[in-house]
Design a protein around this ligand. Structure first.
Ligand code: PLP
Length: 467
């Protein structure tokens, strides 16, 4: 058996391979074909199969051979990031599914249970389906979410997968084949019409899945459309992607890599800001020569690279990891942007970190880096009412409190307003916090309830409302 030598020497410079590497992916049907897994025992492989029948699993050969240190499995952070683990499901859920596999139950039965379990895992956190679907001419514009005034999210239908999947993914429900849980778009025209009608929108965030799985020729109509004079108000095109980590060849040796970078250049030349929003969870993803070459080539187009990641137990719940990651990012010319709190969905049972601990990790890491890396905000919860940041822990008249603020609010007026919650060692999400100083409700709660009521009723007859 061959085992990749890791980590690569970060001084190595990129040497283009003779033939461009082709993406080779493995899913739950191909676990047997991943030879590195042979070093794990039978039980562990069975557990992987059980979990992978509920939650999405997909990994590619680049990740297996160049990012995972197989000497360090199962503790290796990139292994934890990509391969299913037993405690991604709560014990009862795991046991139910494990039993079906032990009994060699028919596929239909496994799928039926998988469907049922997924619906117990809060597949659409923060009201993604019900609250954020925008309308043109009284019809829902598929594939667009517009939650914050300045920024619209767009999910191109061909970008609803990734080069590998993250075990903790909060958009996992999009990848498991339940059509009714997908948020996707069919076409560019409606998106462009919606943007044209909304002069407030300065930022478009193309996301997924990963729009960088799309062929450049499929991205071109969107990018071309954004150059139109009627979209002059659109200043920034953000592209949310994990391709830099999972498939950096997308920007280096893929047959349409140059064409993609030409589009970036065209957009920046026309005065748009192109921001690659790179999802990077661990500095280990940044150590291969091809990663660095991809960063260099993207930056040469005039595009910026901003970085974001959730804080995840077993993967990066360590201030030293963030410190090193942010330091390295700045060195490579990337701009740290967000540290997120893992959302209340999917495999949170395994991955969630208490808010108090998340804050300490953020604080300890940010104290050690230069001001140029302190552009990372967080830890931030993308919750129903908005993005809420834990700014600190304080004691006010003898009461220990979290100091919070909205980075973004469903009502733009909420942004920047500080508020206070009773300190908790164990809370992992906004809805587990209670207001400090004996208050009954947080300042935004009544208004948010009101919004949900009016929006919810308006949506019921027009949109498919998520579970
Ligand atoms: C985070 C987020 C955005 C972008 O917000 P910024 O603070 O501008 O980065 C837009 N829409 C949604 C739904 C988001 O969660």
């Amino acid at each position: 058996m061959t085992v990749a030598v890791l980590p690569m020497n970060i001084q190595d410079s990129f040497v283009a391979p003779e033939t461009p590497p082709k993406l080779e992916v493995f899913t739950e049907r191909h676990l047997e074909r991943i030879e590195q897994l042979n070093r794990l025992d039978e039980q562990t492989r069975f557990e992987m199969k059980v979990v992978a029948s509920v939650l999405p699993f997909r990994v590619n050969r680049y990740v297996i051979d160049h990012l995972i240190n197989w000497e360090n499995v199962p503790d290796d952070p990139i292994f934890a990031l990509t391969f299913p683990q037993r405690d991604m499901l709560e014990p009862e859920m795991f046991e139910q599914m494990a039993q079906l596999h032990r009994d060699q139950a028919p596929k239909a039965e496994i799928q039926a249970l998988a469907w049922k379990l997924r619906h117990q895992l809060n597949p659409h956190p923060a009201g993604q389906m019900e609250l954020n679907l925008p309308m043109v001419d009284g019809k829902v514009v598929e594939g667009v979410q517009h939650k914050y005034r300045e920024t619209a999210l767009f999910f191109p239908s061909q970008g609803q997968t990734c080069h590998s999947y993250c075990t903790f993914c909060f958009r996992w429900a999009q990848f498991v084949g339940d059509k009714d849980l997908k948020i996707a778009s069919k076409e560019a025209d409606k998106l462009l019409a919606y943007l044209a009608e909304h002069p407030n929108i300065t930022d478009l965030l193309m996301t997924g899945g990963d729009p960088m799985v799309m062929k450049t020729k499929h991205l071109a109509p969107y990018l071309e459309g954004m150059l139109a004079p009627k979209l002059a108000h659109l200043q920034t095109i953000r592209i949310g992607t994990k391709a830099l980590s999972f498939w950096p060849y997308r920007f280096v040796t893929d047959p349409d890599a140059d064409e993609l970078l030409d589009w970036f250049t065209r957009l920046t030349d026309s005065g748009k800001h192109v921001a690659v929003m790179a999802h990077i969870n661990h500095y280990r993803e940044m150590q291969t020569p091809v990663f660095r070459e991809a960063v260099r080539r993207i930056r040469a187009t005039g595009a910026e690279i901003r970085t974001q990641s959730p804080l995840i137990k077993h993967i990066n719940d360590d201030a030293a990891v963030w410190e090193k990651m942010w330091r390295e990012q700045v060195r490579l010319g990337m701009i740290p942007y967000y540290m997120f709190v893992e959302r209340d969905t999917g495999a949170k049972y395994r991955f969630e970190v208490p808010l108090a601990r998340a804050y300490e990790i953020y604080r300890d890491a940010i104290r050690k880096v230069s001001g140029l890396a302190r552009t990372a905000r967080g830890p931030s919860m993308s919750a129903g009412p908005g993005k809420v940041e834990i700014q600190g822990v304080a004691e006010v008249h003898g009461e220990k409190v979290f100091v919070l603020r909205f980075i973004q609010g469903r009502n733009p007026e909420w942004a920047q307003r500080p508020f206070f919650a009773r300190y908790s060692e164990t809370a992992t999400w906004l809805h587990e916090l209670t207001p400090a100083f004996g208050e009954k409700r947080f300042f935004f709660e009544d208004e948010f309830e009101q919004m949900k009521r009016s929006r919810g009723l308006a949506m019921l007859d027009t949109a498919e409302v998520g579970a």
